[in-house]
Structure formats: structure tokens, C-alpha cells
Design a binder for this molecule. Structure first.
Ligand code: PRT
Length: 104
């Protein structure tokens, strides 16, 4: 199991947990829209760190982004395995070729 898989299991275990003792449970209790909004906020913080070239902060914010991505996916019942499967499907296919295939 990877760190991400382990983290996904912890996140799933927080469904129905006490929002006062778990940040994940607090996010779930606010609904999938709030989970998505929080992911967006964390992504913006990562963008700012990247734009500034702040390597330490970007590393920290990227971890926040990955955690909040998993929460957002779980809130919509999408498994990490499904996302990894989509990435695996794309392996060996250039992004340029893929975009051309979509006619964009
Ligand atoms: N990886 C994380 C993780 N990353 C970030 N966060 C929380 O996400 C919240 C982000 O909230 P804010 O945006 O308000 O905080 P911030 O971005 O640090 O603050 P500002 O930049 O806004 O000042 C903080 O409370 C962080 O602690 C996380 N909370 C939990 N996890 C993992 O999830 C597990 C379960 O956590 P609980 O559900 O809280 O038990 C933990 O053991 C961790 O493994």
C-alpha cells in the first residue's frame, strides 16, 4: 500500500466520525461542495507557492492539495484506484497527441 492508499483508508474511516475531533469528518459533514471548495483553496495556496518559487512551502502545500483531493474524491465516492487507473490508461500517450485526438 502506498502512502496515498493508506491516507485514503484513513479518510474513508472518518465517514460519520465526530466533526469536533476529525478535520476530515468536519469536511464530510459540510458536504461535497465544501470539500471541493476547500480543495480549490489549497490548490490556490500551492499555485502561489509555485509562482513565488518557494520550494519548501510548495512541498507543504502540495501535501495539503493531495489530502484535500482525496477528501473531495471520497465525498463523491470516487476511489483513488479509479484515478490511478485513468492515469495508467494514459501511460505512453503523449499529452500533445491526446489533445490532438480530441480535436482541440
Ligand atoms: N493530511 C492531512 C491534512 N493535511 C491538511 N490537513 C488539515 O487541513 C486543514 C486546512 O485548514 P486551513 O486551510 O484552515 O489551514 P491552513 O491552510 O493550514 O491555514 P491557512 O493557510 O489558511 O492559514 C488544517 O486543519 C490541516 O491540519 C489535514 N488533516 C488531516 N490529514 C490526514 O488525515 C488524517 C486524519 O485526520 P483527522 O480527520 O483530522 O483525524 C491525519 O492523520 C492525516 O494523515
Amino acid at each position: 500500500m502506498s502512502v496515498l492508499h493508506d491516507l485514503e483508508q484513513v479518510i474513508l474511516s472518518r465517514r460519520g466520525a465526530d466533526p469536533d475531533s476529525s478535520w476530515t469528518a468536519k469536511l464530510f459533514s459540510k458536504g461535497p461542495e465544501k470539500c471541493a471548495e476547500k480543495f480549490g483553496e489549497e490548490a490556490v495556496e500551492a499555485i502561489v507557492a509555485a509562482a513565488k518559487g518557494d520550494r519548501d512551502n510548495l512541498t507543504y502545500e502540495a501535501a495539503d492539495v493531495l489530502y484535500h483531493l482525496l477528501v473531495m474524491l471520497a465525498a463523491r465516492d470516487i476511489a483513488l484506484e479509479d484515478v490511478l487507473g485513468e492515469l495508467a490508461r494514459r501511460q505512453g500517450l503523449s499529452g500533445i497527441a491526446e489533445k490532438a485526438g480530441r480535436g482541440e
